[in-house]
Design a protein around this ligand. Sequence first.
Ligand SMILES: N[C@@H](CCC(=O)N[C@@H](CS)C(=O)NCC(=O)O)C(=O)O
Length: 202
Amino acid sequence: MPELILHGARRSNLVRTALIALAEKGVDFTHDPERPQTPEQLARHPWGKIPALTHGDVTLYETVAVTRYIDEAFDGPALQPADAAGRARMSQWISVYSSYFDPPVMRQVVIQRLLRDPSDENMIAAGIPESERSLGVIDNALGRSPYFVGDDLTLADCFYVPVVDYLSMTPEGEKMLAKTGNVTAWLDRMRSRDGVKAVLEG
Ligand SMILES: N[C@@H](CCC(=O)N[C@@H](CS)C(=O)NCC(=O)O)C(=O)O
């Protein structure tokens, strides 16, 4: 079996998504903590972003492709629902994540508050209404089932948890999460899983 390598610094929320999928699946891999935009990463990803994955002659970028490969190419617990409706709902939540959740929550609030010095206060303030709206939508969904799609963790949960975990470390996030009890209960549920915990605390 060729060596499976995940490329990308663990500070990235999307690298964390892939690391959680690997941990939940129980797959052996090597972690290459590559930074974005290096010549090596540009050779794997045309936009130089992280994560990317290599496995023998397979090279993949885009987290949705990377995580689907992790789930489908290796033995271990299934990270995607078995039925068509469940798989479609999982895809819906991953698409919602990319289109409506990550841009305001991660890019505008979390990155500015936790990683930029000085933070762009205007960008944070502008990101709060859409962050609240997106959190409200996922709060409703997580009031109906313990995970995004039913009773079991799927790839959808792996996308959201690194961002919600980071958000909880910001004062803005603390206030928003105080109003979304289903999201905070889900975050506790996720943090209690060995695979998730190892990545978030690693
Ligand atoms: N659509 C890509 C987004 C990847 C992405 O934006 N990764 C961020 C880290 S979370 C990154 O590489 N940022 C650095 C850069 O844009 O140069 C995916 O799903 O993998």
